[in-house]
Design a protein around this ligand. Structure first.
Ligand code: DUC
Ligand code: ZN
Ligand code: ZN
Ligand code: ZN
Length: 483
């Protein structure tokens, strides 16, 4: 069976041109004029783009005494409905649990995925077992390791552990990721705010100011440099963190920053909303910020100092959020966004002139594929690439509402927002999963995408090699002791 996408304009990270696309056996087999296939998808007036890649999701993740409510089925269905054809989820060992053991759990959960997926592995504790298992995780096609600098007493790793893990990454050709917030300072601020009777969701934001993110981002960058390894900073939400990344990049260091669609489009006034549920539903870490920080993130996307736009999709129901009534530190941290990332970025980025269409494709797909080492199988419209394609209708509009969303939760943080620019068709490895508003997903269709380690990107500028083999300096005329 062949499928042809006809009469559209192909938009990739670097080209815009008119051509048809032929799909067979899950791959793109031809690109050119007047192609014919068994099935025709009419892309008149549409852009034919690489399907989105969300490099940061938490599906069915055990966290803060519960599980995030979108699993691999509902999460990937939401993704496809919004034009995203691949997610990279975090396998999260509980402290003390082996990495391979955690991976088994994620292998089991992900069998239900509607689209392709890959994993990052989290390093939530440090010891010989983790050290030994890291190369075995890489052999399984996972070349990225996430470190939490926050969530003290739970997922957080200290600097000595992080430095050891980063050096291990350097040895095995893997890239470390960081959640950069100073967990010690956050814990102090949380205790102070609670002691002062500040127990509402607004205190969540006060306990995690931009400074704690800026400090941790700087620290992680320096530690990565000393370990001789590149660094990927997840959910960059502030100018403080962005500034550290800009500086590192200008010094030739391979540091990538990932803002989220939520931080780009929602601000901290949400936490001062009089309705407790409204504010608590938006509790995530890092928290939403003010306009100054949002402008910085948009500038970073335009200038290239920030590389990709993700969601950190980690959806909790209102009932789950209410675990934190009377104590904001117990509100499960996380927001959804898988279905809305691409329409929101198109509406607020491309339609406003802040991003070109090609920059949109780079930020939502191609850059992730390159950084995470799965390009051009993913993130490309090229012969031989997987047919993960979104046929994007720039004129199609809707108002975002939980009433029609695919996500399993009972609200949407973008509720009421108008978007213009939506998928007409979404194809996952050639299979039409979204057909002009109709959901035709197939549970279990998604496959794991193994990612090779990449030596080429692992040459950060570093002085560490010199430091590990210091030269002994011969000196003469050493004064006698006790002079
Ligand atoms: N932040 C969140 O808000 N949720 C999941 C984990 C994280 O770091
Ligand atoms: Zn995080
Ligand atoms: Zn996350
Ligand atoms: Zn299938």
């Amino acid at each position: 069976m062949t499928t042809v996408i006809k009469n559209g304009t192909i938009v990739t990270a670097d080209l815009t041109y008119k051509a048809d696309v032929l799909v067979e056996g899950g791959r793109i087999t031809a690109i050119g004029p007047d192609l014919k296939g068994d099935e025709t998808l009419d892309a008149t007036g549409c852009y034919v783009m690489p399907g989105g890649i969300d490099p940061h999701t938490h599906l069915e993740m055990p966290f803060m005494g519960t599980y995030s409510s979108d699993d691999f089925e509902s999460g990937t269905r939401a993704a496809l409905a919004g034009g995203t054809t691949m997610v990279v989820d975090f396998a999260l060992p509980s402290p003390g649990q082996g990495l391979l053991d955690a991976l088994k759990m994620w292998d089991n959960k992900s069998t239900r995925a509607n689209c392709d997926y890959s994993f990052h592995m989290a390093v939530t504790w440090w010891g010989e077992q983790v050290f030994d298992e890291m190369p075995r995780v890489v052999a399984r096609g996972i070349n990225t390791f996430k470190h939490f600098m926050a969530y003290k007493g739970a997922l957080m790793v200290n600097d000595d552990e992080m430095f050891a893990a980063f050096r291990r990454c350097a040895e095995i050709g893997a890239i470390p990721l960081v959640h950069a917030e100073n967990g010690d300072v956050v814990a102090e601020l949380q205790a102070k705010l609670l002691a002062e009777g500040n127990n509402g969701p607004e205190a969540h934001a006060y306990s995690r100011p931009a400074e704690v993110e800026g400090e941790a981002t700087n620290r992680a960058i320096m530690i990565a440099d000393m370990a001789g390894v590149p660094l990927y900073v997840v959910h960059v939400s502030s100018e403080d963190a962005h500034e550290a990344i800009r500086r590192a990049r200008s010094l030739g260091r391979r540091v990538w920053g990932e803002p989220l669609i939520q931080h780009l489009t929602l601000d901290d006034s949400e936490y001062r909303h009089p309705d407790w549920d409204h504010a608590a539903r938006r509790v995530m870490s890092p928290p939403f910020r003010d306009r100054k920080h949002q402008d910085s993130l948009w500038a970073g996307l335009a200038s290239g100092s920030l590389s990709v736009v993700a969601t950190d999709h980690c959806a909790f129901t209102t009932e789950q959020k209410r675990y934190g009534l009377g104590d904001f530190t117990r509100i499960p941290n996380g927001t959804g966004g898988l279905e809305d990332r691409m329409p929101m970025l198109w509406t607020h980025g491309v339609n406003t002139g802040r991003l070109t269409m090609n920059e949109f494709v780079a930020a939502t797909s191609t850059n992730s594929a390159k950084i995470l080492n799965m390009y051009p199988r993913k993130g490309a419209i090229l012969v031989g690439a997987d047919a993960d394609i979104v046929v994007w209708d720039p004129k199609k509009s809707k108002t975002i509402t939980a009433a029609t969303q695919q996500s399993a939760i009972d609200y949407n943080v973008f509720e009421g927002k108008e978007v213009t620019g939506l998928p007409r068709f979404t194809l996952t490895r050639g299979k039409v999963a979204i057909h002009d508003g109709e959901v035709r997903t197939e549970e279990g269709h998604g496959q794991f995408v193994a990612r090779e380690p990449s030596g080429a990107v692992n040459k950060a500028l570093s002085t560490w090699k010199e430091l590990t083999a210091p030269r002994k300096v011969e000196r003469s005329g050493i004064p006698a002791s006790g002079v």
